[in-house]
Design a protein around this ligand. Structure first.
Ligand code: AMP
Ligand code: TRP
Length: 326
């Protein structure tokens, strides 16, 4: 059976972008693939975190996964920091990755530009991500387009390692949906919808109230020509709303355009708000039911057992190939 794996960082409540870009794809594929889904808390600490808040967010993210219909029977679900092989493997990969390659990563360039006291972890972040992926010999990695470059780096690292030490890793591929791969900020639709955005009005979070969702969508930036047409260049705001609708209704961009061709922007926004509210209220209902359940710990206990066993094997194989240990 082919394998898929992805992780999300427990840094604040996840957004509609995370849901569409990553989680929804895992849900869609969980019946056909051997699925691994983890909480990337080690990635979260590449930037400053409040330990109390981080701790809370880890548990909340697990409950969100389940509320979004991730089936614990079909997924190996675990917390990254509980599997210490990831960081060991990451170090071994770091020693096989060139510094120059890491400084060329777009996300690193962006984030290091914004904070002059950035950590060394921010630079090596994609190698830890490569370790997360390569440890399990996965076939596909469902991610939003912003993470594509990192998955490609993981491929390069694997190819290079295999060449140097002999066949050790499977070569993974990013899995990116046709629609909705990059959900944009509602206020500034040329920017990605991001958990860390300064203006919260541009960001829909999975646990936002109905009122917040409706108000944010109704106030979303659009243009003045009043045509529901997908054109990212010239109509980024409307295109983003089309993307959101099309992803949630699971119909194509073309069909979405057609369905709303006679609608005004206000009417279209209302339809988008309706479908987002419907999806998120459903998720929230499930979330509230499970957030305090003991089942959460059981799921993590089971997941980490499976993940660690596999990771240990890969770690031992790498040690042997690299001539480490006794
Ligand atoms: P992060 O919030 O960085 O932990 O992202 C977790 C996952 O969500 C990654 O696969 C990202 O590519 C994806 N993602 C984040 N923001 C968006 C967005 N605005 N649109 C689509 N996918 C996204
Ligand atoms: N870096 C990813 C993000 O911020 C999260 C992540 C960590 C990840 N390790 C991964 C995603 C491995 C896919 C596979 O979005």
């Amino acid at each position: 059976m082919k394998k898929i794996l992805t992780g999300l960082q427990p840094t604040g409540t996840i957004t509609l972008g995370n849901y569409i870009g990553a989680i929804k794809q895992m849900v869609k594929n969980q019946n056909e693939y051997d699925s691994y889904l983890f909480i990337a808390d080690m990635h979260a600490i590449t930037v400053k975190q409040d330990p109390i808040v981080l701790h809370e967010n880890i548990k909340n993210l697990l409950a969100i996964y389940l509320a979004c219909d991730i089936d614990p029977q079909k997924n190996t679900i675990f917390i990254q920091s509980e599997n210490e092989y990831h960081t060991n493997i990451s170090w071994m990969l770091e020693c096989n990755t060139s510094y120059g390659e890491l400084t060329r990563m777009t996300q690193f360039k962006d984030k290091s530009r914004k904070n002059e006291k950035f950590t060394a972890g921010l630079l090596t972040y994609p190698v830890l991500m490569a370790a997360d992926i390569l440890t399990y010999d996965v076939d596909y990695v469902p991610v939003g387009i912003d993470q594509k470059q990192h998955v490609e780096l993981a491929r390069d690292i694997a190819i290079n390692f295999n060449k140097t030490y002999g066949n050790t890793f499977k070569i993974p591929e990013p899995l990116i949906t046709e629609t909705g791969t990059k959900i944009m900020d509602l206020i500034n639709p040329t920017k990605k919808m991001s958990k860390s955005s300064e203006n919260q009005n541009g960001v829909i979070r999975i646990l936002d109230s109905e009122e917040e969702i409706r108000s944010k969508i109704m106030r979303a930036t659009t243009d003045s020509d009043n045509q529901i047409k997908f054109d990212i260049e010239n109509k980024p705001g409307i295109s983003n709303l089309i993307n959101i609708y099309s992803a949630l209704a699971e119909i194509s961009i073309k069909d979405t355009e057609q369905k709303f061709s006679n609608y005004s922007y206000a009417e279209f926004k209302k339809a988008v708000a309706d479908i987002v509210v419907e999806k998120l209220m459903n998720i929230q209902e499930k979330y509230n039911k499970i957030i305090n359940s003991k089942e959460l710990d059981d799921i993590l206990d089971n997941g980490i057992k499976v993940a660690k066993k596999e990771a240990k094997e890969k770690y031992e194989l790498m040690k042997e190939k690299m001539g480490l240990g006794r």
